[in-house]
Ligand binder design. Sequence first.
Ligand code: GAL
Length: 656
Amino acid sequence: MFARQSLFQKNNLFIFLSAALMLLSFSCSQKKPVSVVWLDELGAEPAIEGWGESQANKSVDGNPLTIAGQSFERGLGTHAEGRYRIKLDGKAKSFHALVGVDDEIKKTQQGAERASVEFIVSATDKKNNKKIIWKSGVMKAGEPAREVNVELKGFVYLDLIVSDAGDGMPYDHADWCEAKIEYLGMKPEAVKPYVSKPYILTPPAPPEPRINGPKVFGVRPGSPFLFTIPATGERPMTFEAEGLPAGLKLDGSTGQITGVVDKPGTYLVKLIARNRLGTAERTLRLEVGDKICLTPPMGWNSWNCWGCSVTAENVRQSARAMVEKGLINYGWTYINIDDCWHGKRDPKTGEIRSNEKFPDMKALADYVHSLGLKIGLYTDCGPKTCAGYEGSEGHEEQDIMTYAKWGYDYVKIDWCYCEGKDPRVAYKKFGDAIKKAPRDIVFSICNWGRENPWEWGESVGGNLWRTTGDITDTWVSMSRIGFGQAGLSKYAGPGHWNDPDMLVVGKVGWGPDLRPTRLTPDEQYTHISLWCLLAAPLLIGCPIEQMDDFTLGLLTNVEVLEVDQDPLGRQADRVAEGENYQVWAKEMEDGSRAVGLFNLDPYDHMKIRVNFSDLGLGSGSYRVRDLWRQKDLGTFSKYFEAEVAPHGVVLIRIFP
Ligand code: GAL
């Protein structure tokens, strides 16, 4: 009886306990059911992409998401190089998606052949360890979607990455379809890339006179000479020059040196600038010989702002503003008209004429010269320019002579409608004509790096050559071009420069409607720092009359510009790199090193170090100066380390 009762009681207890357990687990699962958030719900806006704009539930071109004929309702259409960061709390369960190249690129044969991407899923744990948890392998157009299914437990960040698979970005339209996260705790959140407010680092120019700009200048004997002494400081200011070669004269109130030098040689000219607060002096080395463009050209070009809508009035306004905003006082010189100025040729003589937007090319050149600036224009080695205007094919020498007659100082020659030609032959025709021209004309080769112009550009008379396709105002474009210059330093030097394309700061638009550059303030500091380290031609791509103070600060820092204009003419090399950072350095004429510490991470600040041994500097201590802030940071031995903002830079100079 006792035993039976006890058994009965035991049974009851068991039933009771099981019921309680079931209730408990039910109520627990009631509190924490698995939730799902779809990637498209987190939004397309925080995505970083290499081209176009990522879209929720659509391809990057705005079509239904489609991979190998299969359509998907949900997901994110993006483009390599792509990044998307999601914040988790360690309790997310899993990530699932079907990925592949979007069918939309199969519209063209090129697209079908060239698209290739790799999808990478990386995650970061609470201790900040990052690891790749899934990779698709290289995927090409037309391949069926591959499935990602990964556990997320313990991770606090999820990074969805689309790489270009190592063969460049064109046509890399990439889809994350049916992408979703299952989670228990906090709802996953998209993380926006870091963007700071614009901040100006360049200190204002002192009121006392200071002579800026290049320390060396080349001219050919017999060519018309124009050099405006670039000097900041309170006006009125007067100028003197001691040791000018015969044939040159200085206008003491404008600082413009003009004339013609016949005798080749090296002349050391002492430039002097005075105002009521003091006197500044600086030696200018004048090289009268067959080389020009001894420092990278600095100026403005109409393309990145006005595109084909450019008019003579736009050109005049930027020229005037170059003076009024004081950029001329820092060595900014050239005012260059890009595509879309050509008219029809004279039917009898074949001479090129301008179109109605440019009523008088010579008058425009005279106006720009009267401001103490120089002027440039654009043509194409084919029958037509890229925008379809009259090209120079068959008129190479005639056109150069016309430009010289009008008074132009710079010509950029494009490569549209030239496929199939040997660029060495095509460009040499212009180079030979420029040699014969009665004035100095800077020769800019623009064949987008086809057939390695750095190897033959100088031999055909080029002063600069584009190394890549066109830049646009995104981080991916700017950074790929800029950091992609590694290995080219040996081809740069006084008179011949690698050209990573024009600047995308200020307002851009490639047409009548302008907008502020999409580069963040830190990305713009990176852009200018990197271009200066690279001894790149600096061509401002925004209307100067509309330039804001932030942009003006970027372009008027004497210590930064000095890195670009250093007379030694070295281009920086990459001296160190890690997963998300790079260090670039170049030697300056005085033996110091200009060094850029670049943070390539879009989200996090980072400490970046440069070891002095990587710069060829021995043991000992060195003075380190912050160039943007124009401030000494102290003396350091062995290494220097600084915290760098996401996509930002610390630019320093290390003095032995
Ligand atoms: C491109 C060139 C651009 C711009 C444009 C004008 O080929 O790379 O810099 O000049 O043509 O149509």
